[in-house]
Design a protein around this ligand. Structure first.
Ligand code: SF4
Ligand code: SF4
Length: 172
């Protein structure tokens, strides 16, 4: 059996993917930098609306905040290291074994081809990380329930004002 050992190459902080921020992530970043939630959102986050096409053919729109990027990737990536390592967002803490890793074969293949730590692992070893994937699925569900309870009003949940969102799809 081979275990996942991150090579700290920083490549996953420079790719095309987005880091979704849950309310707890925003709160942790705001506290760390001694900012209000509004200041943290304005400085570090971008407002996006995830467009999901449901099995019925109807559309669902999920508001999220994602981490801003600069020309070299995530704004917190400095010389391949994470500036907020101790409080990095949930998604980063659990990368690459978030739920999509187990549910989306093409995404898993992309990661296997691009992450040096995954390249050396056998497919069968990934099952040891299934619990992380299941937990991240729960976290996603809870976020959805929170949005639903609040009429999908992210401004109300975070008690901040947000700029108009950029629409993204699941394939972006
Ligand atoms: S690409 Fe893989 S090895 Fe490199 S930092 Fe990300 S998780 Fe670690
Ligand atoms: S927050 Fe840290 S771990 Fe997450 S993408 Fe940015 S630099 Fe990488």
């Amino acid at each position: 059996m081979s275990a996942f050992l991150c090579k700290i190459c920083g490549d996953c902080c420079k790719g095309d993917g987005s880091v979704f921020l849950y309310p707890e992530d925003i709160a942790a970043i705001a506290e760390h930098f001694c900012l209000s939630a509004q200041e943290a959102v304005d400085k570090y986050a971008e407002h996006v609306m995830l467009e999901i096409v449901e099995d019925t053919g109807s559309y669902l729109y999920m508001p999220y905040l994602i981490l801003k990027k600069n020309e070299s990737g995530c704004i917190f990536s400095i010389e391949n290291l994470c500036e907020i390592h101790k409080l990095k967002p949930y998604q980063c803490k659990n990368t690459p074994f978030v739920s999509e890793f187990f549910s989306d074969n093409s995404w898993r293949k992309y990661l296997k081809d691009n992450c040096p730590a995954l390249k050396t692992m056998d497919e069968k070893d990934f099952s040891n990380y299934l619990e992380i994937g299941k937990r991240s699925e729960e976290v996603e569900k809870n976020y959805y329930y929170l949005l639903r309870e609040n009429s999908f009003n992210l401004e109300k949940i975070l008690n901040v004002n947000l700029s108009a969102p950029k629409i993204i799809t699941e394939n972006d």
